[in-house]
Structures are given as C-alpha cells and as structure tokens.
Design a protein around this ligand. Structure first.
Ligand SMILES: [Zn+2]
Length: 426
C-alpha cells in the first residue's frame, strides 16, 4: 500500500488549509531553480552579442513598438537616433508622460527594482551609472541568482556573422548557457541559404537532390555537434504546411528529422509569426497569425521516433494545441511566446494546460533578448504559476486529497526544469 503523504518529510495540507497551502506553493515555486529553455541571450564569451543594462531594456523591440505608437515622430527619424537617444525618448514618452503599466514597461521597472534600484526616483542617469559599473560575467551571476535561474538556452544561428567566429575559434562553453541550433535561414529562405552553405564547403544545389540532402545533413550534424546543441529550432509563419511540395518540407523530412533522430535531439517549432507586417518598425515590425495545428499532428504521427517541441503564437491556437499534446507523447508544449507573454494570457494558458495536460508541460520560457529581462519575466510568471497551481491543489483538497510539501516540490521542479531535461534526454 502507498504511504500516506503525512509520512513524507515536511508539512502536508488538507481541506481547510488552503491559505497555508498557497503560501507553501509560493515559497516552493520561488525557490525552485529554472532552466530557461528558450532565450536570445549569449554567454559573455560572445562579447557584445550579450545585451544587458537599462538602455538595452528601453530599446527592446517590444518598447520600440509602444513608443512609436506614442509619438508622431517619423519612423526614419527614430532610427537615425543613437541608442541612448532612443532610450531617453522611450523613458520620457512611456514612463514619464504616461503610466508604464503595459507588460513590457512594467517589466523594465520590475527588473530595475530586482537589482535594488529605486524606481521611485525615475532618474534614468542613476540607473545608467549602476549598469556602467557592472562587469558582464559577474553581472550574469548576479542576475541568474536574483532570478533563481539555473541555466538558460541560447538561440544560435550558424549563419550569423557575429556568432559564427566564436564557435569556429573553439568556444570553451559556459555552464550557465546551453546552445540551441536555430535553422530559420535554412528552412525559411533556402534560396539564400543554399549559396551560403556552398561557400562554407557543403556541396549543395537549389534542387535538393540526393547529394545536396546528404550535405545538408552533414551541415546540421557538424553544427549540432560543434554547439553541443540541446535541440534544433525554427520559427514558422501561420501558413506553415507539412507535408507539401516545397524546399522547406523536403529539408524537414529528409534532413532535419533524420539528423534529429540520430542525435536524439528534439525539433522545436515556434509557429505563427508573420514577419514584417510593418517593415518601417524593423525588428519591432513582426505580427501574429492564426495557424493550422494539422502540420503538427502530421509530423507527430508520421515520425513517432522524433521528438517535437512546439509553442504557438496565436491565442486562438492554444486549445487545439493542448488537445494535440494529449494525443502524442512525442509532442512537448512550452512557454507563452512573445505577444502571449502577458499576465492575463499566461494565466489562461497555464490553467488550460494544467487542466488538459496535468504537470507534463513547461509553462514558461523567458525569450529574453536582454539579460535583465529574465528578472521580470520569471518574477511575473512565477506569481501566475503559483496562483494556478495553488488553485488546482485546492480543488484536490476539496476532494479529500492530502498534498505533501515534498509533492509540491516535485511538481514545481518538473514544471520549471525537469520536464524539459527529461524530454531532451528521453
Ligand atoms: Zn525567441
């Protein structure tokens, strides 16, 4: 007979103790270290690719989109400004002239506050002075400690002229940062990727004959190995289809999936981004579109020996995606991506996932592009995960179930880190 939870170490909670249970969940979720499975951060060895500090926070593309709504300044004039001038404008328009309660603005304040800065002074130059005194590698430790982050997964593009030389010159690795092989140029722009591969010594041609497909597999294997990448990843448009007659579908079926199978590496698909709906906004100009979940069904069913990590950008896709995950054990759902990274939507998605999939998901990733953003993304998300988890446990207490503290710890560890590692290593 199974032991009752009272015999486990620590406290146990039963009906009538919902308030104490909520406090315990808050404590456990706050103290459980996170593996941040998708970020755009870089290890300090990548030099200026690692972004951090208040000017980077203020010129992040989420805020750029908001400040360009708040002013009538011509877009070109904004892009001609220096980063510091753009940050000054954003601070004045979004934080001084208006209350900064959009999630992107609030996030800047949470991050500054977490670093011990006094947001009540509203003195941007004081904040700048604080960041100017930090040293990157030590500052990474400081931020990871404050955010209770165990490690983060980078997004690594072998086509990127900035990071490629670091990998090729024998980057030694950094235990705080893992790699993910990002293959957007390969899958979304084969016409331009093909000559680049050829220039790097891979004997490919646009038609993707047998020899070219073997060479793309060699390219993927080389980079997966060089980066020790945990998974391969791509972002895809709302009209993503599979199977279909296209270079992308051929590359997925004949190159990506065989290499992923051979290495036991998941293939991560981030589906639903419409690139450049307003090109004048540059990096801030991407939008969202409703996508079909059928390509995900097809891939999971036709390739049962492959592992798929999926997140979708449209709110309207979330229910269908949860149902898909119930049907396929090789489908792993993660995070609340980009335009979904707002408290009301995170709460809705987390509740839906817990109800349909129990503890078998990773409810959040930070997608941080600026180091300091992990401070707010995890503080805000931990609060929501706590709220929903405590509510679900309270429902169990109402049915007479008893929850041990050790069980809360087990579940939080799976949600914030363990599920991802189990899936990667499966
Ligand atoms: Zn991302």
């Amino acid at each position: 007979m199974a032991k009752p939870p009272e015999s486990a170490r620590g406290a146990a909670y039963r009906a009538g103790q919902e308030s104490a249970l909520r406090d315990a969940v808050a404590q456990v979720v706050a103290h459980t270290p996170v593996t941040d499975l998708h970020t755009h951060l870089f290890a300090p060895a990548f030099g200026e690719l690692l972004l951090w500090g208040v000017d980077e926070l203020l010129t992040y593309h989420y805020l750029t989109a908001e400040v360009l709504r708040a002013t009538s300044m011509p877009y070109d004039a904004f892009w001609r400004m220096s980063k510091r001038e753009q940050a000054d404008l954003t601070w004045r328009e979004l934080f001084i002239e208006r209350s900064p309660y959009s999630e992107a603005c609030r996030g800047v304040l949470t991050a500054l506050h977490a670093m011990g800065l006094d947001t009540a002074t509203r003195n941007l130059d004081d904040y700048r002075a604080y960041f100017a005194a930090q040293k990157p590698s030590e500052y990474v430790d400081k931020v990871f400690k404050a955010a209770n982050l165990e490690c983060a997964v980078m997004t690594n593009d072998p086509f990127d002229a900035g990071e490629r030389p670091v990998w090729e010159s024998g980057y030694a690795g950094d235990p705080r940062f893992h790699a993910a092989l990002r293959i957007d140029p390969l899958l979304n722009d084969w016409a331009n990727a093909c000559p680049k591969l050829k220039a790097s010594g891979y004997d490919v041609e646009l038609g993707l004959g047998a020899k070219a497909r073997a060479e793309v597999r060699r390219f993927l294997t080389d980079w997966l190995t060089r980066m020790k990448a945990l998974y391969m990843a791509v972002s895809l448009p709302p009209d993503f289809a599979f199977p279909e007659e296209s270079a992308r579908a051929t590359l997925i079926a004949e190159c990506v999936l065989p290499v992923a199978r051979e290495h036991g590496a998941p293939f991560a698909m981030m589906i639903g981004v419409t690139r450049q709906i307003n090109p004048a906004l540059k990096l801030a100009g991407d939008g969202v579109g409703y996508s079909s979940v059928r390509p995900v069904h097809h891939l999971c069913a036709a390739y049962p020996d492959n592992k798929f990590m999926v997140t979708m950008l449209s709110r309207e896709n979330q229910h269908e995606l949860c149902v898909a995950a119930r049907k396929f054990r090789n489908l792993f759902l993660f995070g609340c991506w980009w335009f979904l990274n707002n408290p009301s939507l995170i709460e809705e998605m987390t509740r839906m996932r817990f109800e349909l999939l129990g503890p078998s998901v990773v409810p959040q990733h930070s997608d941080a592009r600026v180091l300091d953003q992990v401070l707010y993304k995890w503080e805000h998300s931990r609060k929501i995960i706590t709220k929903v988890l405590a509510e679900k446990y309270a429902d169990l207490l109402a049915a007479g179930w008893v929850i041990a503290e050790s069980e809360i710890e087990r579940d939080a560890q799976k949600l914030l880190s363990g599920n991802f590692w189990d899936f990667v290593k499966a």
